[in-house]
Design a protein around this ligand. Structure first.
Ligand code: AMP
Ligand code: MN
Ligand code: MN
Length: 322
């Protein structure tokens, strides 16, 4: 894309939609784009349609204006899909997106096959927020936009730790750091900090995790009863799979929680030898080589058996390639 502002053209009624169960990159990119467009465009109306993100993100400008009800009867002039790799991932936002006169998707998932009139996909970018940072013109940037984008990069890169952070990513983060906002507070309070109950569920998951495939795979599950007992939702469990991944010797970590009886939301993380996006795609999901997700039916053990077959195969091929 040459210029985002040029692509927007004369559009006045603009929507921004992210994926279901939004994470930091999704919230940061949607609110960052809104704050930027509010600065750049005169007399345009820009709305964000998103499932209500956790309170931890309430410091980001525009948080209170998010429409979690997806109320939009008219056809928008332009609608963005951000951080969203497939149409179904827009959840309740699908109709709004499909009805818009023009659509633009900005994303960084390798599994994204395109879903808009204009698809801007950079699979090498650490995050959608990184792509936006590179697309935004300095004259419309401010501290609020930078705060939102910084949040998304922090979350998708594990605080700049993962391989997805390139030299270019660090340069773009550097540009955001020109604005005066409290970076360590964002990292501490939105990435590392856990409530007591979140720590309890993390501890419980680790305690009950199972190690298999000669210690190369680790898995843990939280069922609905437990979620109800602790009164927690998906956001409360977001760091568990990463903690499982750093178990010494492990190649793949699997974390799942029960959505309905015999239906699990699965998160996978790899330490590099296994491409988990490939496996997630086999089951209708997607993501990145080292972090992917999907929804699977069956019992916990059915799901584990299905996934481990593919993990084992990739590990076998990997060692025979060496
Ligand atoms: P998660 O394990 O849910 O944190 O997701 C890891 C990565 O995979 C994220 O980048 C997600 O956007 C992506 N992802 C998760 N679930 C799905 C899915 N059902 N379809 C496509 N991508 C997914
Ligand atoms: Mn995301
Ligand atoms: Mn992302």
């Amino acid at each position: 894309m040459e210029s985002l502002i040029k692509e927007i053209g004369e559009a006045k009624n603009i929507g921004i939609i992210g994926h279901v169960r939004p994470d930091g990159d999704c919230v940061g990119s949607c609110l960052g784009l809104k704050a930027y467009l509010d600065n750049a465009l005169k007399d345009a109306r820009v709305r964000v349609f998103l499932e209500k993100p956790g309170e931890i993100f309430s410091y980001i400008k525009g948080y209170d204006e998010i429409d979690p009800e997806y109320q939009c009867e008219e056809a928008l002039d332009l609608c963005f899909a951000l951080d969203t790799s497939a149409m179904e991932r827009l959840g309740k936002g699908q109709d709004i997106f499909k009805n818009a006169k023009k659509t633009i998707c900005i994303d960084h998932h390798i599994s994204n096959k395109g879903l808009a009139n204009l698809d801007h996909i950079e699979a090498n970018a650490s995050s959608t927020c990184e792509i936006l940072t590179s697309l935004f013109e300095k004259q419309y940037m401010d501290k609020e936009v930078a705060t939102a984008l910084f949040t998304g990069i922090v979350h998708d890169s594990g605080v700049f730790q993962y391989d997805c952070m390139s030299k270019r990513s660090f340069e773009l983060v550097g540009e955001l750091c020109e604005y005066d906002f409290d970076r360590s507070r964002i990292i501490d309070e939105t990435f590392y900090q856990k409530t007591y109950v979140q720590n309890q569920i993390l501890g419980r998951s680790l305690l009950e995790s199972i190690l298999f495939m000669d210690g190369k795979c680790i898995a843990a599950v939280v069922d609905k009863k437990i979620m109800e007992f602790y009164n927690i939702n998906y956001e409360d469990m977001s760091g568990i799979v990463n903690q499982l991944r750093i178990t010494k010797g492990v190649e793949v970590a699997i974390f799942m929680y029960e959505l309905h009886r015999h239906e699990y939301k699965v998160s996978m993380r790899s330490n590099g030898k296994v491409d988990v996006a490939k496996i997630a795609a086999l089951f209708g999901g997607g993501g990145h080589v080292r972090a992917a997700g999907c929804t699977l039916n069956g019992t916990y053990y059915d799901v584990l058996n299905n996934l481990s077959l593919h993990i084992e195969e990739q590990l076998k091929n990997y060692s025979s390639d060496e």
